[in-house]
Write a protein that binds this ligand. Sequence first.
Ligand code: MTE
Length: 319
Amino acid sequence: MLIKKPSDIRPSEITSQENYLNRRDFIRAGAIAGGALLAPGAFGALIPEARRAKLDGVTESPFSTTETPNSYDDITTYNNFYEFGTGKNDPVVNARDFKPRPWTITVEGEAEKTGTFEFDDFMKPFDLEERIYRMRCVEAWSMVIPWVGISLADVIKHVQPTSRAKYVAFETLNDPERMPGVRRRVLEWPYREGLTIEEATNPLPILAVGLYGEVLPNQNGAPMRLVVPWKYGFKGIKSIVKIHFSERRPKTSWNMSQPSEYGFYANVNPEVDHPRWSQARERRIGASLFASKQPTLMFNGYGEQVADLYKGLNLTRNF
Ligand code: MTE
């Protein structure tokens, strides 16, 4: 290979930063066939791959709760991620060597800017925010998690759904080679979730790519997972590879598996019990063993921002 020394390079061969950036835009535009997701000029923060890498350019969000976050250990060792096993301590062990790169996100269905995008290209147009959210699991425990992510509403605006798009569906990677839990049919794979377009364009949901200012750990859904703080945790689908816009309500994993126990909406609601247990109270992970359970709040305390989405809907029937 011939490597030119700096003295051999003519000034005309040197690319100015401006041209370099233009060329990168041009290359990116060319690389995205079949409907472009073009970045608007400036580059957003790239998401590093290395474990526990710090994320740059993260701003604070006014939507954050002032409650004290759970410890990094609580958040990363007590997980539900059935692709890596059904025990709470399985994902931290079994996802340890999972490689979340290369990674692509496919946008399809009722939207103008569809296509398959390299993960970093997908992320470039969007701003990274820290959002400290209360999270309530359907199993009646909760945590407070300092996520880092991008606004789902911004992503949706960017890909321009058509007027027929009534729902947004998400799918997790389905790879038995890299995800040992997928070899057992504990759920119908791939893991699927969905929101109405009104829910998805509310300002609260994010696509999380990090926590505690660092890149998202594998067991929490690297490289990108959904976070919807007023819904039970199972709506927070991990390791997303596909975003699909549709006119019809999509199938969702837990609803397919146990329709009488897990509905499509899955809004946190202390008044509607799970068939096998009460949803009125919750155990905060990490709290002292002597601490009593705390009351669960309607819409997990986010009612002011989301209650209007369900005006006139019977929340007992639409659980
Ligand atoms: N996403 C996938 N792909 N597979 C899963 O098994 N479990 C869900 C959700 N997302 C799950 C998933 C459930 S039941 C919960 S409570 C949350 O992830 C847990 O997220 P956390 O481990 O980051 O707290």
